[in-house]
Design a protein around this ligand. Structure first.
Ligand code: BDR
Ligand code: CA
Length: 313
């Protein structure tokens, strides 16, 4: 039976690829998508999710609910240099099937799904943890009763991608991240240590898209262009990291990953270290921290095979 999944996302380019992977994977059943401000403002993120669903003809099947428009305590920082002002590069998606927004509360929707699928729900958090922290504050026992929360975020033994030490999602809302990592939740972190091991090269993408011409492959080519140009300038390779698709793959097939338990904290007070994640792999769960599973290795070929199989067939 497919695993019930709720995806919380700040749809961005790699988020969009992650959504496509999730929606095309029979192992998962995506029950709802909630949005959060991060890569772009939350309205743009919501529109981007809706566009992905339209292209996949899933706009009538998966509810999209808009969530937090800013972090718990801070001013929103977005990432236009990486994801463009629109979140999907500079491509402006026009919606064909959505006329009104679903007027639901994202926190209620998250808790409602925890209630509906106790011990079975996987929550995949692809952006700042603002909605997840708010849901945890309102319903801690419901949130502890999920099967797994997979959060793409953090950087332990590699440099940050937002300043020298912090990963973007935890930098944007460090208070939310800290509340979640110390919440004694069944949490799995997918940090930059893992995600920067996997790159989607532009040549490879174009080759595959050309072999499978379709509305979906044209859409993917359009929204990844800016992201890849950014990586060429900033990282020196002509491609892009697959941060968020790796978090989805963790839900699809955890056996291809290697992880270790650790006590984790996220810095909320440091002057130069906002959002930095710190792991103590000696694991001594205490009242001030709780053990989370930190993913640090993946079978690269196996992951890429899965990713491409699902995207292009
Ligand atoms: C994370 O930040 C965002 O820019 C990406 O979508 C990903 O979730 C990587 O640091
Ligand atoms: Ca993201």
């Amino acid at each position: 039976m497919p695993i019930p999944v709720l995806i919380d996302t700040d749809t961005g380019v790699d988020d969009a690829l992650a959504l496509i992977l999730a929606l095309r994977s029979p192992e998962l059943s995506v029950k709802a998508i909630t949005t959060v401000a991060g890569n772009a403002g939350v309205q743009r993120c919501t529109r981007n999710v809706q566009k992905v669903l339209e292209v996949l003809h899933e706009h009538n099947t998966v509810p999209v609910v808009q969530g937090a428009s800013k972090p718990l305590k801070r001013t929103l920082v977005t990432a236009p240099e990486v994801h463009g002002f629109e979140g999907l590069g500079n491509f402006i998606p026009v919606l064909l099937h959505y006329h009104t927004r679903v007027r639901a509360n994202a926190v209620e929707v998250i808790l409602g799904h925890c209630r509906k699928y106790p011990k079975r729900l996987n929550i995949i958090a692809l952006g700042p943890l603002t909605n997840i922290a708010a849901a945890f504050k309102r319903g801690p026992s419901l949130m502890r009763n999920v099967r797994r929360i997979i959060s793409m975020g953090g950087a332990f033994r590699v440099p940050g991608n937002t300043g020298p030490v912090a990963e973007f999602n935890y930098y944007v809302d460090p208070e939310a991240a800290e509340a979640v990592v110390r919440g004694r939740l069944p949490l799995t972190m997918v940090p930059l240590d893992l995600t920067e091991q996997i790159v989607l090269m532009r040549k490879d993408l174009e080759y595959r898209a050309r072999r499978r011409p379709s509305a979906l492959s044209r859409f993917i080519l359009k929204f990844t262009r800016h992201y890849m140009r950014y990586h060429l300038k900033a990282e020196g390779f002509d491609g892009g990291f697959l941060h968020d698709p790796l978090a989805v793959a963790m839900a699809i097939d955890p056996r291809m990953f290697r992880s270790r338990p650790a006590t984790v904290h996220v810095e909320t007070r440091g002057r130069w270290t906002r959002g930095m994640s710190i792991a103590d792999f000696r694991v001594r769960p205490s009242s001030r921290g709780s053990a989370v599973e930190v993913v640090f290795g993946v079978e690269k070929e196996r992951f890429l095979r899965l990713f491409h199989e699902r995207l292009w067939t």
